[in-house]
Design a protein around this ligand. Structure first.
Ligand code: ZN
Ligand code: ZN
Length: 208
């Protein structure tokens, strides 16, 4: 009878299914505008972030504690995993000029803008994923994350000095090399840095 309408995936999920399995479990999008709203809700850099490791915090005090903690050296990244507000605004402006394009083409345009140097996925849709495998990955991911936190606490290791996603990715990459490529998370995890942002970053460092 009538087929299911296509559902678009979150681009972050397509970029790294393991890292962003939550986006797969929770969200499918009927329209590209829904994808855009999701990105705005979930994938923007928060107000309080460390400009070196891009870890995010709930408030200014936590951020200050992070920068000032003695003996804590955060892992420098060239850019954040999430989008800066300005990048998101550029995305919105680009989308405003795509009238006449199919939703799939709009999706690809967004993907290229978010992940400028990454290879483009085969499909922007969710329905063609091997559902069972991804669900299992999701459960695996969830239990590993929970297990890590429990074990670190049990050994009295303070969590605030640890970038859990990196640790988790490192463990997965080391312990489970036999798993498929989809299970491997680039480490340290970040989006490819757009050229404009790179020059901003180095410009700022040069001025220091
Ligand atoms: Zn998402
Ligand atoms: Zn930091």
């Amino acid at each position: 009878m009538s087929e299911e309408p296509p559902s678009f995936s979150c681009p972050f999920y397509k970029y790294s299914p393991l890292r962003h399995w939550r986006c797969y479990r929770k969200y499918t999008f009927k329209r590209v505008s829904d994808v855009k709203s999701h990105i705005e809700r979930v994938h923007l850099v928060g107000k309080h972030y460390c400009a070196i490791c891009f870890q995010e915090f709930d408030n200014a005090q936590q951020l200050q504690d992070h920068s000032c903690t003695a003996n804590f050296c955060c892992l420098p990244l060239e850019g954040p995993e999430r989008l800066f507000q300005e990048t998101f605004d550029e995305l919105g402006r680009a989308l405003a000029h795509t009238r006449g394009l199919s939703d799939a083409d709009k999706w690809y345009m967004m993907y290229r803008q978010i992940f400028p140097n990454a290879s483009v996925p085969m499909s922007p849709l969710t329905f063609d994923e091997p559902l069972r495998i991804m669900r299992e990955n999701a459960l695996f991911h969830e239990s590993l994350y929970g297990g890590l936190i429990t074990e670190l606490r049990r050994h009295g290791i303070p969590l605030e000095g640890i970038h859990l996603p990196s640790l988790q990715a490192g463990l997965i990459n080391k312990v489970l090399p036999m798993l498929a490529d989809a299970m491997v998370t680039p480490e340290p995890y970040q989006r490819p840095v757009p050229l404009s942002r790179t020059s901003w970053y180095h410009g700022n460092l040069g001025a220091m």
